[in-house]
Design a protein. Structure first.
Length: 317
């Protein structure tokens, strides 16, 4: 397959972590993961670019590097209280017009908004900056509780580590769930985090902390082919369904039922990629009871049909 060119646009002072989110997913070579991405970095003025970590990066490529990019990543913009670099704005608009995917991590959404790429569209950023983004760019529909938003041609993420969530999502959209899971496994990361970012912004509770849901989640993940329900999860956790729902909301930002559904659809995606099983058998293995139910749930969450997904990411494809 042809290589997909990803170029990160860095601006001084550059956040090293947001840049590393993109570099780790798109730029790191791994022995058992097929190489698909070519990763590079550019800046408006090539040379030494200061970072928030106290050291300079040597960036040799200028903005013309964006003209050949399939995906452009803006890994944060720290000086959003100053006028945006006009050359960078023009380069982003030019890349977007010719069809490149534009990605803003954390405060990078401000630069995308400054370029007019988010007008009349949904976007997110770090929860601390969401009100500022909405106030400065009223044409943008800001969603403060979202880890990331992918609109196809434009994508934005919440703060810091949510950049990894977005980059893994883009890899999953480009190459399928199994490929993204391989990358996540190397990064010792879950391939998909549940819930929104406000679960991290909430103040700590003064009461005794609830027990971790991890043992219950691991137990359920191994039994997705069984007719598990919320009552089964609550019994395994030895709590009432109401208490379980509260723990899911606190720890994952979702409901037990929605978590189960997402895990089953993820299982179905992997089986569609890695096996030739008929859709009915996949529905049974994923605990979705029937092919009709699988198709309905799959379209709701993945926004396509199982057959179309298999044609794009299955072994034959």
């Amino acid at each position: 397959m042809s290589r997909h060119r990803v170029v990160a646009l860095v601006l001084p002072p550059q956040s090293t972590f947001e840049l590393a989110c993109a570099a780790e997913v798109f730029g790191t070579r791994r022995p058992d993961v097929p190489a698909y991405y070519d990763f590079g970095v550019c800046t408006p003025r090539p040379g030494a670019v200061p970072t928030l970590a106290g050291y300079d990066m040597a960036v040799r490529r200028g903005l013309r590097a964006l003209d050949g990019a399939d995906t452009v990543v803006v890994p944060g913009w720290q000086q959003r209280d100053r006028p945006a670099p006009s050359a960078a704005i023009r380069a982003l608009r030019r890349a977007h017009r010719r069809g490149a995917r534009i990605v803003g991590i954390c405060s990078g959404a401000f630069l995308l908004a400054e370029a007019g790429l988010l007008d009349g569209r949904r976007a997110t950023t770090h929860w601390r900056m969401a009100d500022e983004l909405a106030a400065r760019f009223p044409a943008v529909d800001v969603e403060p509780d979202t880890l990331y938003l992918d609109l196809g041609d434009v994508a934005t993420s919440a703060g810091t580590a949510a950049g990894i969530d977005l980059c893994l999502h883009l890899a999953r959209a480009d190459l399928g769930a199994a490929h993204a899971a391989q990358i996540a496994r190397h990064m010792v990361m879950p391939p998909h985090r549940e819930g929104g970012q406000l679960q991290y912004a909430a103040p700590p509770r003064p009461e005794h902390p609830a027990e971790s849901l991890a043992p219950v989640l691991d137990w359920a993940t191994e039994r997705l082919h069984e007719p598990l329900g919320v009552a089964d999860l609550a019994a395994r956790a030895n709590v009432s369904p109401r208490t379980l729902a509260r723990r899911f909301a606190d720890q994952l930002g979702t409901t037990p039922g929605q978590w189960l559904l997402v895990q089953r659809v993820l299982t179905a995606r992997t089986l569609l990629e890695d096996t030739d099983l008929p859709v009915e058998a996949i529905a049974t293995r994923a605990g979705l009871s029937s092919a009709a139910n699988l198709r309905r749930r799959f379209r709701t969450i993945v926004h396509t049909t199982p057959a179309a997904y298999r044609r794009s990411f299955g072994r034959a494809g």
